[in-house]
Each structure stands twice: as C-alpha cells, then as structure tokens.
Design a protein around this ligand. Structure first.
Ligand code: URA
Ligand code: CA
Length: 432
C-alpha cells in the first residue's frame, strides 16, 4: 500500500477501506507517513468528506493507536459525559457526584487543556490537597468502592489524534465534521466508557457557532458511537451566554457546591438534570427520563449528591471542609464591580468575550505550559433577560492584580443592555 495512492483515492471522492485507514493511522502514528502526506489527506477529507463507515473506522483506528483504559474491572454500566466546551461550563463537577450518588459508576478521565478556565482536573485542584494523579489501580478501586473518581488524562490516550489534531491546527483542516467527530470520539472510546452522553454546545462561546453546525457534529458523533458499539446520545445546548454565574476555577467549584445543594444557577441546574437523566437511563437505573429526573432531584434534596461530592474530595486527598467553608478555596486579593451603564434588560452576554476576560485575569492557559491562577475569574450577577437598574452590579471581577482596565473594557463590550430581550433556549435539541 502506498500513501500517495490513498491520498489520490480520497481526493477523487472514493471510499477508503478499513485496512487502508488502519494503514494510514498506524503509519502516521509511528512516523513512517510524513506530515506533508497526512496534511494532503486531511485536506482531501475536508473537501470530500467521509462515509459513516469510514468515520467509524477512523475513530477506532485512532482510539486503539495507544493505551486504552480498561474499565472491565468496574461493575455496572460505565457512562461518560463529554462537553464540546464552553465558558463557565461547570457541569462535570456537578454531574459526576450527582449521578454517582445513584450508584452509577463514574470513572472520569479528564484533561487540563487550554481554554478560558482550566479543565475539570484544574478546577478540582483548587480544593486544597486534591490529587488526580493517581494510579490506574487506585482509580478503578475507588470507582468500585464509591462509584466515583477522576484521573488526569495520560499522554498516551489516542496519540494518533494528538498528532493529527496538531497538524490540522496548522493546515486549516480543523473544521471538518468527520475529523472533529472522530477526534472527540476516539478519546472517549479509548477512555473505556460503555455509554456516552454528549453535550454539544452552540453559540458564541462554543466550538460550533451555529445550531446547524452543532447538529451536524452531534449527529456525526452519535452515529460513530452507536456504530462502534457504545450507546451514545447528544444534547445540543446553548452557549451564547456563559453557563451559570461563575467563570473561573475555584469560583466554579463553589458554584458546583451550590448547585449540588439545590441553590445553584437555574441554567446550570437545568442542564445538569437534562444530561444526568440521559446518563441514568443509559446506565439502566431508570425506565424513563421522568423517573430519572425524580431520582436526581431527590439526590439533591436529600443531600446524597453533596455527600458524594465530600466523599470524592476526601478519597482523593482533598479537604472536604470547603463544602461548608468555601472561603477555604483560593481567594483573589482584589474584587472589582462592573456596574450597569443604564436601566433596562440584559439582552446579550457574549460568552466568548467573557471567557477572554477570565483568561486575561489568568484563569485559563494560553499555551499548554502556562500556569493558571485558580482564584481569579468573573462572577455574573445578571443573565440574559434579567432587569437591571443603572449602577447596579452586573458582574464581580476577582483579580490578583490591581489594574483591570483591560478586563473591565472587555466585560463592558460583552454585556448589552436594552429595552427588551429574548430569552435564549437552553436545550436546543437531542440526537439519538
Ligand atoms: N476537539 C477535539 O478534541 N478535536 C477536534 O477535532 C476538535 C475539537
Ligand atoms: Ca459556571
């Protein structure tokens, strides 16, 4: 087999066989196939697309290009959740203990990653003592004993994807549905889940800016999952404004605690319940979504979900006293209030700009080696549709520096107040 023939085949719109796809992925991972040939193939895929079968084969080839996580030692149906990323997306911190409190195993492998804030592992590390760098054995053992644990993503999960994603980034081939869908799904499959609930976000703060694009990606990923034997569904959710009030690492831990207690932001709670219902049904712990919702709401009301969160923190070295004393979390030295320039209704809070503001404060990583400041970030006091009076506080900026004019400017530009507003719908679709 020669790579040049396979590039030509795809360039002319033909379908690659499983054997050919395996040849490409293993050759590229080992370095036998050079970047320039892989770039040409990625561009051919960008223009000619891939069939459903090719997408599934590409996903499997990348999933098995490195280490896979063996969760077979954990009893029960392991359901994973994946979000395509947004601003202030605190759902994993809430969902993991909430779902685990119903006896469903949540074996979470999570990255740090780039973005406006850190990933789930970074957020949890704002809890003093918390450690996600545990052994595979300890991880499996914790999930078996208490249904919940998190482990940092190891380097060797889907190395083919890692290499290809970096190449796509510099060859203008990121925004290809078959390549995005296989990239995301390969990592989920390598992480070992039996069933997968996807949260595909749309809007300014999302990877997919339009609803049509988000739906297309959701459908592609759901097909791949189901074609490779993992029960998969997707919820499409709004990311035109940030989720919840808090954007920042420790600030989001605090918000998650509030939500587990039943006093969190309405949108964050609603999305966690919607995603949680799907996870509970896929895990076979409820016959219907309505029944699942009853169980999840009861877990919040009874305190079981919050208790599971405490147990989780403690078992991974974290100080569970933060649950009752959130001031034990890292605190920023300075607070600044952004005030409303006029009376009216909040019409828009542009999510990606708010994310950028959090990043300017140091809440996220610009490059993979940058340090993040766990204490800083933004807390919104108003969301789209809320009425405000002139001079009322719109947001509080938590900073470790004294001059935040750049952040203030960014915030001012991102919040629009008008005479009326349309409420965005939070859940925009479901794909099975
Ligand atoms: N996220 C991924 O993991 N892969 C992509 O290709 C795009 C977004
Ligand atoms: Ca949030």
């Amino acid at each position: 087999m020669r790579m040049v023939d396979l590039i030509e085949k795809k360039r002319d719109g033909a379908e690659l066989s499983a054997l050919e796809i395996n040849f490409i992925v293993s050759g590229y991972t080992s370095g036998v196939i050079p970047d320039y040939q892989m770039s040409a193939l990625a561009m051919a895929i960008f223009f000619k697309d891939m069939t459903e079968r090719e997408r599934a084969d590409l996903t499997l080839a990348m999933a098995y290009s490195g280490e896979t996580v063996d969760l077979s030692g954990i009893a029960g149906v392991k359901v994973d959740k994946h979000s395509t990323g947004g601003v202030g997306d605190t759902t994993t911190l809430v969902l993991a203990p909430l779902v685990a409190s119903l006896g469903i195993p949540v074996a979470k492998m999570s990255g740090r990653g780039l973005g406006h804030t850190g990933g789930t592992v970074d957020k949890l590390e704002s809890v003093p003592g918390f450690n996600a760098e545990i052994s595979r054995e300890a991880f499996v053992d914790l999930v078996n004993r208490q249904q919940i644990a998190v482990i940092g993503q190891t380097h060797d999960v889907a190395p083919a994807d890692k290499k290809l994603y970096a190449l796509r980034d510099v060859t203008a081939t990121v925004s290809s549905i078959p390549l995005i869908a296989s990239s995301i799904m390969s990592k989920k499959i390598a992480a070992g889940a039996d069933a997968i609930v996807l949260d595909v976000k749309t809007g300014s703060g999302a990877f997919m800016k339009t609803l049509d694009g988000a739906r297309e990606l959701a459908e592609a990923m759901v097909r791949i999952g189901n074609n490779v034997g993992r029960k998969t569904m997707a919820i499409i959710s709004d990311m035109s404004q940030p989720l919840g009030f808090a954007i920042g690492n420790a600030l989001e831990v605090r918000e998650a605690i509030d939500t587990l207690r039943g006093s969190g932001p309405a949108d964050l709670e609603a999305l966690c319940i919607a995603l949680g219902c799907q996870m509970v049904v896929l895990a076979g712990k409820a016959e219907s979504l309505a029944h699942a919702e009853e169980k999840l709401r009861e877990a919040i009301r009874s305190g079981a979900a919050l208790e599971k969160f405490r147990q989780w923190l403690t078992s991974q070295g974290g100080d569970a006293a933060v649950v009752d004393n959130p001031e034990l979390l890292p605190q920023a030295r300075h607070r600044f209030e952004l005030r409303a320039p006029r009376t009216g209704v909040v019409r828009e809070i542009v999510a990606d700009k708010i994310g950028l503001a959090a990043m300017l404060l140091g809440a996220g990583r610009a490059t993979k080696d940058s340090e993040i400041d766990l204490a800083v970030g933004v807390v919104l006091h108003k969301k789209v549709g809320d009425a405000v009076r002139e001079e009322e506080t719109l947001a509080t900026i938590h900073a470790n520096r004294q001059d935040v004019e750049d952040v203030m400017r960014m915030m001012r530009e991102s919040i629009e107040i008008s005479d009326h507003a349309c409420l965005p719908e939070l859940i925009l679709g479901e794909v099975y």
